[in-house]
Design a protein around this ligand. Structure first.
Ligand SMILES: [Zn+2]
Ligand SMILES: [Zn+2]
Length: 99
């Protein structure tokens, strides 16, 4: 997670450097601001997506097992579960999700 953020911020710096010409017009400055704003918004979106896909028990692995109640965990956390960790419904079937 941290490595990814570092990579993204360093690549934005590189872009900013190459675009920085001695005679920078207002337009170029404006574009740069918009781009860095969009990049920041996208980074937040990616973070949200990654959080949404990770197992809600261990927060590490991605969810790849679903129960009949509709809740999901990773296969590691699903193994010992007898009832759903969220709604407490008994787990009668574990469905493997393939993405
Ligand atoms: Zn897990
Ligand atoms: Zn459930």
């Amino acid at each position: 997670m941290k490595d990814g953020q570092l990579l993204t911020s360093s690549s934005t710096n590189v872009t900013r450097h190459t675009h920085r010409l001695p005679s920078t017009t207002m337009g170029n400055n404006f574009d740069g601001e918009i781009i860095s704003k969009v990049v920041r918004e996208l980074e937040t979106k990616v973070q949200e997506l990654e959080d949404g896909q990770s197992c809600s028990i261990c927060m590490e692995r991605s969810r790849n097992v679903a129960f009949l109640c509709g809740h999901t965990t990773c296969s590691n956390c699903a193994q010992p579960l007898k009832t759903c960790h969220i709604c407490r419904k008994p787990i009668t079937k574990k469905i493997n999700l393939y993405s």
